[in-house]
Design a protein around this ligand. Structure first.
Ligand code: UDP
Length: 340
């Protein structure tokens, strides 16, 4: 069974490809390398001792996509390919809508014409905005996200729900909380391309001396220590949830529409200060920081109620924050060793 993984050399994509290969799936990757590098493919092969098929092109090139569907018997798709920088999305909205939505629609055209089902969409807890109550379950009302990036995720979800309903297909919308960490092999992780926006990559680079100081965006939030709270989930645990979600779609015997929606998180919130402390403890390093003004558009608190995924996917996040942060440091060491 061949699974198309778009953005399969990206951060969450590469970890999911590893889990798919380890579970006996054949994998066809399409990735335009806009936010990844070719050595990730080599490292996936080293980790799994298997070879995924790889096509380097932009999914907006419909004619090339059609050729891939002609060349392989695709049984399902996990769609990671998307631009994801929140700040950049505000500056380049049309590019973001074009890139994130045209590519999705192109794949869905192929799925529609070839009567394929089993489509997994990588979504985000950003679709909930600042929820009124915690933890956030799947029935929490959606709020139109502030960023263009977040809007492309919410629009992508809408497009998929309409697709599933109209053509009786099976889809899964996976709403990630905050993915962190790297593979325990130390060979794949989040590539440091440009100045990191996310907390953990910034902490990693500060500990490594690449950045002078971490800026904590606000310590006057209504939380225990004043810094904002998120649900940090280990990327390998997250990758495993994709395999479970895919198996559920593929094993569903009915011809009816199936629309699965899952929040993927640990169920536990951690503040920015707690993350810094955990990183320092886990890796025996120091992370210099300063307190700054709040970052525009940031919410105070978000953590998941992961019960639905636990029950229906038989999946659970298993890795502690400290363990996940240890793999981050290991990944940094690997990146340093590549430069020598
Ligand atoms: N954060 C921070 N300094 C940074 C990056 C992030 O204080 O350099 C904070 C940010 O304000 C938020 C949390 O860390 O409260 C997680 O931020 P991230 O960008 O990783 O995820 P998101 O805001 O999308 O949940």
């Amino acid at each position: 069974m061949a699974i198309l993984v778009t953005g399969g050399l990206g951060y969450i994509g590469s970890h999911t490809v590893v889990e798919l290969l380890n579970n006996g799936f054949e994998v066809v990757i399409i990735d335009d390398l806009s936010n990844s590098e070719k050595f990730i493919l080599k490292n996936i092969e080293e980790i799994t001792k298997k070879k995924p098929v790889f096509y380097p092109f932009d999914l907006k090139r419909k004619e090339l996509l059609t050729q891939v569907f002609d060349a392989h018997k695709i049984d399902g798709c996990i769609n990671f390919a998307a631009s994801k920088a929140v700040g950049e999305s505000q500056l380049k909205p049309i590019d973001y809508y074009e890139n994130n939505l045209f590519s999705l629609i192109n794949i869905l055209q192929e799925f529609k014409e070839r009567r394929l089902s089993s489509f997994i969409f990588s979504s985000s807890c950003t679709v909930y905005g600042q929820a009124d109550t915690m933890p956030i379950d799947e029935n929490t009302p959606l709020r139109m996200p502030e960023s263009v990036y977040g809007k492309t995720k919410q629009m992508g979800e809408e497009i998929l729900i309409d697709f599933a309903k109209a053509y009786h297909r099976k889809i899964s919308l996976l709403r990630y909380f905050n993915p962190i960490g790297a593979h325990p092999s130390g060979k794949i992780g989040e590539l440091p391309i440009g100045v990191p926006n996310n907390l953990v990559p910034y902490v990693m680079q500060t500990a490594a001396g690449i950045r002078e100081k971490l800026s904590i965006w606000g310590n006057d939030y209504d939380t225990e220590d004043g810094t904002a709270v998120r649900d940090y989930i280990y990327v390998v645990d997250l990758a495993k949830a994709h395999v479970a979600a895919l198996q559920r779609l593929m094993n569903d015997p009915s011809d009816e529409t199936l629309i699965d929606i899952y929040n993927l998180g640990t169920g536990k919130g951690s503040s920015v200060l707690e993350v810094i402390k955990a990183f320092e403890l886990a890796n025996n390093v120091t992370v210099p920081y300063q307190i700054c003004e709040r970052r525009e558009g940031d919410i105070t608190i978000a953590y998941a109620n992961p019960y639905k995924a636990e029950k229906e996917l038989n999946w659970k996040s298993e890795t502690s924050l400290e363990e996940a942060l240890r793999t981050v440091w290991q990944w940094q060491k690997y990146l340093e060793s590549r430069k020598v």
